[in-house]
Design a protein around this ligand. Structure first.
Ligand code: ADP
Ligand code: MG
Length: 247
């Protein structure tokens, strides 16, 4: 037997008011791997992420973490299990500084009533140092370019010491150079033993960064395996269903 998957989804289904967003999706994420989740717009990628983060209640199926069923997964439980998500909007406080954004989460997590600015500052400095990027702690977040905001969101997620970091379409608003920096950060995160689930619909990126790939189409898994089994044409076929003459 292989070692237990970090997160395993079995036959997950999810419906929104008549729309079948997920129709029996099975997927497993191994400890420490970079896994790409691909699919066209509307294929169910974000819905699946929100299942793993405990935001979406499922209609059917099973979520297992470390091989154990998690029947009552909610956001608090997901965070406690080491699952962190960086959503496309980053969910930062734009009017606060980088240091403040990084500190708030940590203080809330630790449930402290008395805020120690010095402690918070030290935590924030360490988080940025570990990322290995240049990020001024005293800049107001709204002044940062998208790539900078994203780094703040990544640093904040890492401060929670996750075992799985999920990034929903992280490259959408980045330049080519920024994507390179991001991929450097992702590899660094993996080097620390953290698994990364990377959502994308760009072929080149998937082939560059991921070790395993899962392709969703219309709420179902249509391809899955080690990245070396895929090339751009195969991924396109899986994503679009072109071989079935679907539109
Ligand atoms: P992707 O992230 O791959 O673009 P989504 O998971 O966002 O796809 O959406 C999958 C399907 O579920 C789409 O048809 C979308 O319109 C629908 N959907 C997602 N979230 C909701 C929601 N909160 N309410 C209603 N429909 C939703
Ligand atoms: Mg999405």
């Amino acid at each position: 037997m292989a070692e237990a998957a970090l997160v395993e989804l079995r036959e997950i289904s999810k419906q929104f008011a008549g729309v079948k967003a997920l129709g029996g999706v099975s997927l497993s994420i191994r400890p420490g791997e970079i896994h790409c989740l691909a699919g066209e717009n509307g294929s169910g990628k974000s819905t699946l992420i929100k299942v793993m983060s405990g935001v979406n209640r499922i209609d059917g199926g099973t979520v297992l973490v470390d091989g154990k069923e998690e029947p009552a997964l909610d956001p608090r439980r997901a965070i406690a299990l080491g699952i962190q998500v960086i959503y496309q909007d980053f969910s930062l406080f734009p009017n606060l500084t980088v240091a403040e954004n990084l500190s708030i989460g940590a203080e809330l997590r630790e449930g402290r009533r008395v805020v120690s600015w010095r402690r918070m500052r030290a935590h924030a400095e360490e988080a940025v140092r570990q990322l290995g990027v240049a990020l001024d702690l005293d800049t107001t977040v709204e002044m940062l370019p998208t790539a900078g905001k994203q780094l703040v969101a990544i640093a904040r997620a890492l401060m929670a010491q996750p075992r799985l970091l999920i990034m929903d379409e992280p490259t959408t608003a980045l330049t080519g150079r920024e994507v390179e920096v991001l991929f450097g950060v992702v590899r660094e995160i993996q080097a620390r033993g953290i698994a990364v689930l990377f959502v994308s619909h760009k072929m080149r990126e998937m082939l560059d960064i991921s070790e395993r790939l899962t392709v969703l189409r219309s709420g179902r898994v249509v391809a899955e395996g080690p990245i070396r089994q895929f090339d751009e044409a195969a991924i396109t076929r899986a994503m679009t269903g072109a071989e079935l003459d679907e539109v």
